[in-house]
Design a binder for this molecule. Structure first.
Ligand SMILES: [Zn+2]
Ligand SMILES: [Zn+2]
Length: 142
């Protein structure tokens, strides 16, 4: 039994490492079975093959695409209240949401031209959301 923090040898009855004071089983640098240093985040010791108990970091989810379970909700928001950018705000795309609000309300002074433009943009987004092509981008305005 070895300290996983500093690699010093420990007996089974020790609760903490006498060398570094770390609790038994804490630390993630050294293999508890052979005391050698497994590669960072290795799930198995590269010296003795014992499982290290280290969970590999979860693969980062692609932030650009909508999670499947939220897709329907976002699509519905986009369809019914998309002209007010509600679906954009829900996804954290405040700029796109604000742009839609401006376009929609500018329709009052542009005889609805900007409102129609907003509706077209929203419709394109709606289709992209449903076909899983929509890319979430919090920096863009459109
Ligand atoms: Zn130690
Ligand atoms: Zn080992």
């Amino acid at each position: 039994m070895f300290c996983k923090h500093c690699g010093a040898e420990m007996n089974e009855f020790q609760a903490v490492c006498l060398n570094c004071g770390v609790k038994k089983g804490d630390g993630m640098r050294f293999c508890a079975y052979c005391g050698k240093e497994p590669a960072m985040y290795a799930r198995f010791c590269n010296n003795c093959g014992a499982p290290t108990g280290i969970k590999p970091p979860a693969p980062a989810k692609d932030p650009n695409y909508l999670a499947g379970n939220e897709m329907l909700l976002i699509a519905l928001l986009c369809f019914f209240v998309g002209g007010f950018g509600v679906h954009n705000f829900v996804m954290g795309e405040n700029k796109k949401g604000a742009a839609k609000l401006i376009l929609t309300f500018c329709g009052l002074i542009s005889c609805g031209i900007t409102t129609i433009a907003c509706a077209v943009i929203t419709l394109i987004e709606f289709v992209n959301i449903l076909t899983d092509k929509y890319v979430v981008n919090t920096e863009k305005w459109f």
